[in-house]
Design a protein around this ligand. Structure first.
Ligand code: SF4
Length: 347
């Protein structure tokens, strides 16, 4: 398999074959994310990806699960995704699952950046952002200074193949029927102000539209939320807004992760300048508690990320009291400063 740069995938895709379909993220502006700040977004030529699939067939006897990387691969034209899926299932008859990342921008709306938006402030390093884990693939050196500012695909020969177009419900149905199993949607926050501050590029309303569109197309909806993203001053609004969006979508799974600020990301610089005050473990746990209290729809909570101060796994509403009791016990009894491993910040 050929990989360019550090490869990221959700923790639950740890055992999947990673196939790199796109390189980087077509948005690449979120202030908290350092995953792809060192590279310019582009799609790999479809024939190269198909060659990788064929090479993997020669190398691996049993491939039940594939993850299509990098960020927002759902932005690829539907016909190309279908072609990849069809070839993957043809080559791997044992295949049961194919997952990918899909941001609301590429499910629900056009790629045009909002007026007045600024380019990323730093190039960052190729270290993991919240919600995603590096796979150990090679890391490429930092790209040119303009790379991370680009939201436009820059490889005319292989890139500009309709990535700006959102997906219709009909297209999503086609992808599901072709074997795409899950599209991991990064909600991060349901609070409009928090989303604006972190330059997520979407509003809560658009997040709801994207989540509902996935549901309408028959996909399970798996939402990532980022505890701590509102900082100390906005943790309450962040939790309540996030609960409201979850209630409006009624996803199958909510996956909380907790913010950690990677060096040289825009958010790291904001914290250094005193413009962002990071929530500590107590605030993060209180925020999670508030989130759980305000989710009213049936949903499975999977807190499977290394960033979280407390592993929480359960079904709402039945296990809400149990989960909240676990948070309260931790708040009352633990040395909160030791909840994350000491080496954590260097991961
Ligand atoms: S959080 Fe997702 S959408 Fe935002 S820059 Fe990172 S990969 Fe792209």
């Amino acid at each position: 398999m050929r990989y360019e740069g550090q490869i990221y995938r959700p923790p639950c895709e740890a055992h999947s074959l990673i196939v790199q379909v796109t390189i980087g993220c077509p948005w690449n502006r979120c202030t908290f994310c350092g995953m792809y700040k060192d590279r310019r977004f582009r799609t790999r030529p479809i024939d190269d990806v198909l060659d990788d699939l064929r090479a993997a067939r020669h190398s691996y006897r049993h491939v039940p699960s594939i993850f299509l990387a990098d960020g927002n691969t759902i932005a690829l034209p539907t016909r190309e995704l279908r072609m990849l899926l069809e070839e993957a299932y043809r080559l791997f008859p044992e295949l049961e699952h194919v997952g990918t990342y899909g941001g609301a921008r590429y499910l629900a709306q056009d790629l045009t950046p909002p007026a007045g938006d600024e380019p990323p402030e730093s190039r960052g390093t190729a270290s993991s952002a919240a919600g995603e884990e590096p796979t150990g693939a090679d890391t490429e050196p930092p790209g040119d200074p303009e790379a991370a500012t680009s939201w436009v695909a820059d490889d005319p020969g292989s890139v500009q193949r309709g990535i700006h177009a959102g997906k219709t419900v009909g297209e999503l149905v086609q992808l599901r029927e072709a074997g795409l199993s899950v599209v991991y949607l990064g909600l991060e926050s349901g609070d409009e102000e928090v989303l604006r501050r972190v330059k997520k590029g979407v509003t809560p309303t658009e997040m709801v539209a994207a989540g509902r569109k996935l549901k309408e197309a028959g996909f399970p909806v798996s939402l990532y939320v980022l505890v701590g993203l509102g900082g100390r001053d906005r943790y309450r609004e962040h939790a309540l807004g996030t609960a409201a969006v979850i209630n409006a979508i009624a996803p199958d799974i909510v996956r909380p992760r907790t913010l950690y600020i990677q060096e040289d990301t825009p958010l790291w610089h904001q914290r250094r300048r005193g413009e962002f005050v990071e929530a500590g473990p107590r605030e993060a746990l209180l925020e999670t508690r508030l989130l759980l209290e305000n989710i009213t729809v049936p949903v499975t909570l999977v807190s499977d990320h290394i960033t979280n101060y407390l592993p929480l796994h359960g079904r709402l509403p039945h296990q809400r009291d149990q989960l909240i009791a676990a948070i309260d016990r931790t708040l009352a009894e633990s040395d909160l400063g030791s909840l994350r491993p000491a080496h954590f910040e260097h991961l």
